[in-house]
Design a protein around this ligand. Structure first.
Ligand SMILES: C[S@@+](CC[C@H](N)C(=O)[O-])C[C@H]1O[C@@H](n2cnc3c(N)ncnc32)[C@H](O)[C@@H]1O
Length: 314
């Protein structure tokens, strides 16, 4: 049994569910992300594309508009109480296509914080190669992320289960080992077309154009923050999860976040599922060499942060 994918604008329907016959969802190719400009359903379709698309670290790019309104409301209340100056310097990490960043930026602006807002992500751009009927999406490290072999859309990083879809698994194997590398090699020799696809939602692109105080950048949270300014507030949504970092790397990430936050600044971190579902997270305040937890949402972060609270970060 095949699970076909969506790889052409002609296949787009009004509802964007695209359910597969044996259960699960059909993939919508990332190569369509930049082809949707001007459509009324652009934001919804781009959300649907990112639902099943993963970066080369194996992290899903899944994101939803208006994902955490209650968590953001608590953040705003604590920032109001915290006596922070203006402009408020904010870093929103791992934002995927930045739609959640737009929500918080606009809210902070409405609340008078005059935010200087950096939204960053590890992989905000992919390169899409085309040769004949095939399409290949490459990460900035030139790792193959997706191969379109019509009528299939193969996610190379997060493949379909061979149990339910053995033919997808078989074609997936050839896509990974033969078709993908062949298209890449043709492109390197100048025999395939390529374009960069910015995985930044239209609202974020518009905010960036109209407000110098809103920027979307590439940044890996495993690396130290290079710019000089210390942030008043950092938000980490759906990223500080155990599956994304080993315990050692997680320590590096926490150290980097601590180092880029000013004394007394806040770090809000939490995870949830679809839009407006409960966030399991915490809000921490930087105090000296450590953090102090000042609020918990739901069951707290899905990773143990006690070593970073009230204990110096090594
Ligand atoms: C599940 S999405 C969360 C997106 C958004 N924060 C939200 O909650 O809707 C996880 C994002 O983290 C990014 N990511 C994974 N590892 C990262 C890293 N080391 N540094 C920065 N971003 C990373 C992925 O590329 C992906 O866009």
């Amino acid at each position: 049994m095949f699970k076909t994918g969506i790889y052409s604008l002609h296949q787009i329907r009004d509802d964007h569910t695209y359910k597969a016959l044996l259960g699960g969802l059909r993939k919508v190719s990332v190569s369509l992300y930049d082809q949707l400009e001007g459509r009324a359903d652009q934001a919804a379709l781009q959300e649907r594309i990112l639902l099943l698309f993963a970066d080369d670290r194996g992290a899903f790019k899944r994101t939803y508009s208006n994902r955490v309104p209650d968590f953001d409301a608590k953040i705003v209340a604590l920032l109001h109480d915290g006596g922070f100056g203006r402009p408020l310097k904010v870093h929103d990490i791992a934002v995927s296509d930045a739609r959640t960043a737009c929500d918080l930026y606009c809210r902070l602006k409405e609340e008078g914080f005059d935010p200087e807002y950096v939204a960053s992500d590890y992989q905000p751009i992919v390169t899409v190669l085309e040769k004949g009927p095939f399409r290949v999406a490459l990460s900035s490290n030139q790792q193959i992320l997706e191969v379109v072999v019509p009528p299939l859309v193969i996610n190379v990083v997060k493949p379909d289960s061979g149990l339910y879809y053995p033919l997808n698994a078989l074609v997936g194997f050839f896509a990974r080992k033969v078709i993908g590398p062949a298209v890449v090699s043709l492109w390197r020799r100048g025999n395939a077309q390529a374009r960069e696809v910015k995985l930044i939602c239209a609202r974020a692109q518009m905010l960036e154009r109209e407000n110098p105080s809103f920027r979307v950048l590439r940044h890996n949270v495993i690396d130290p923050w290079k710019e000089n300014a210390a942030f008043d507030f950092i938000r980490a949504l759906n990223i500080l999860n155990p599956q994304y970092f080993s315990p050692e790397v997680f320590q590096t990430v926490m150290r980097n976040l601590h180092a880029s936050l000013r004394e007394g600044g806040l770090l809000a971190a939490g995870s949830n599922q679809e839009g407006q579902s409960e966030v399991n997270g915490v809000i921490l305040r930087r105090k000296g060499n450590s953090f102090v937890q000042i609020w918990q949402s739901g069951s707290g972060l899905p990773v143990d942060i006690s070593p970073f609270c009230d204990a110096p970060l090594k």
